[in-house]
Write a protein that binds this ligand. Structure first.
Ligand SMILES: [Fe+2]
Length: 297
């Protein structure tokens, strides 16, 4: 349990240009997870999906269990409004987002039940003022990183309030001496101060814009941060590299708000997801099966 997380802090001699190496994580979802999320999101049974795809129900069930037959993937993809080539690339292990370097972003990946979850600190390198985004299972790794860099963490923001993202909220507030966290009002979460989507915040000299990306969660928020060397979007479970969180509340709205709030950002925007590796808007346009419209160049 100890030492599963990579975080090397590399300090330059002068103390500037502090870069962190981010955990090297596998993709959160397998192709069968993606097919299952789309199938459930569209409310199709296995026999219905099979019929529309011209497959036997057995083949669809096998696909959902991870027997990834390329022709079956290509048959179900259009029925599910998924991009077939992206799905097949993932099935072949041919998609991995480019490693990210971004001064001002720290990340921790912690174990929660049988999965792992990400939490982030964003800080202004000029003033050393920072903010925490979600807590993950344990906030300690980010507390250590913040101490090592002598950061002042002044705010705690929540992308959404699913248990894995706020599991260590009490300790986070205590360790960083922050009175209360901030949360999108749509979450209806009593343990934090609500704000309306569109509210703006500052982290030192950095600007934070908030956008509603709901559908996975009732009031999920994407935080768009400008002022670092690349634009940055902290998206919670709205997007994963090559996938997205399930549409627990509304699959249609999860897709639609992602299109409006995230896919309109510049291609070089770093996308910091609640699970799995960092990615970028451009890479998701090219590789995320849920958004086929960007593949037609
Ligand atoms: Fe979630």
């Amino acid at each position: 349990m100890v030492g599963h997380r990579l975080h090397q802090l590399i300090h330059s001699v002068a103390g500037f240009n502090i870069m962190s190496a981010f955990p090297d994580l596998p993709l959160e979802d397998n192709p069968e997870d993606i097919v299952g999320k789309a199938q459930r999101g569209l409310g199709l049974t296995e026999p219905q999906l099979a019929e529309r795809a011209g497959l036997s129900t057995d083949v669809v069930v096998a696909l959902l269990e991870g027997q990834l037959d390329e022709s079956a993937l290509r048959a179900v993809a259009p029925v599910l409004a998924l991009d077939a080539d992206s799905l097949v690339r993932q099935a072949n292990g041919d998609f991995e987002p480019e490693p990210v370097e971004l001064e001002g972003l720290l990340m921790a990946n912690t174990e929660f039940d049988d999965m792992t979850v990400n939490a982030f600190i964003v800080f202004d390198p000029a003033t050393r003022v920072g903010a925490l985004f979600d807590t993950g299972a344990k906030v300690d790794p980010l507390v250590e990183q913040a101490r090592a860099l002598d950061l002042n963490i002044e705010q705690v923001f929540l992308t959404h309030t699913h248990a894995d993202h706020i599991a260590d909220l009490g300790n986070a507030l205590q360790d960083f001496a922050v009175g209360q966290a901030m949360v999108g009002e749509g979450e209806g979460f009593a343990g934090a101060v609500p704000f309306a989507p569109g509210a703006k915040f500052a982290i030192g000299n950095l600007q934070v814009e908030t956008r509603l990306t709901w559908g996975h969660a009732k009031g999920g928020i994407t935080f768009v941060i400008s002022g670092l060397k690349r634009p940055l979007a902290i998206v919670g479970d709205a997007i994963f590299a090559g996938s997205m969180g399930g549409g627990k509340e509304s699959y249609a709205d999860a897709l639609e708000t992602n299109r409006q709030a995230i896919f309109t950002l510049p291609d070089d925007t770093v996308v910091a997801c609640g699970h799995g590796p960092l990615t970028s808007v451009g890479e998701e346009k090219a590789n995320n099966p849920f958004f086929p419209e960007f593949k037609q160049a």
